[in-house]
Design a protein around this ligand. Sequence first.
Ligand SMILES: [Zn+2]
Length: 106
Amino acid sequence: MARLKTLPPRLKPAGSRLALAPTPSERRITGRRLQARRMRIWSADPTCRDCNAVTRYPDGFELDHEVALTNGGEDTDENCRVRCIECHKAKTRADLAWAGRSVPRR
Ligand SMILES: [Zn+2]
């Protein structure tokens, strides 16, 4: 009876090459620093950048990157804007379309 041989792997593992390029989500600040930024930027101007509605803290707005991270924007205070939930959704759809990605349907 013939023995089955295990074939040598044809693909080499990518190793650390994949770790070199951070994804947009890895470049974002999170946690306390993000909460502090939300408060700082909202306090300076709580109106929605697009529709001028005065937003409610903490859940009536989202901090939006004016130039989306996926489009090469920086995760800095200067690139952050207050947007109401609806305007943020609309802008995210536009940003993704601009980046040539498929747009999530929600
Ligand atoms: Zn708005």
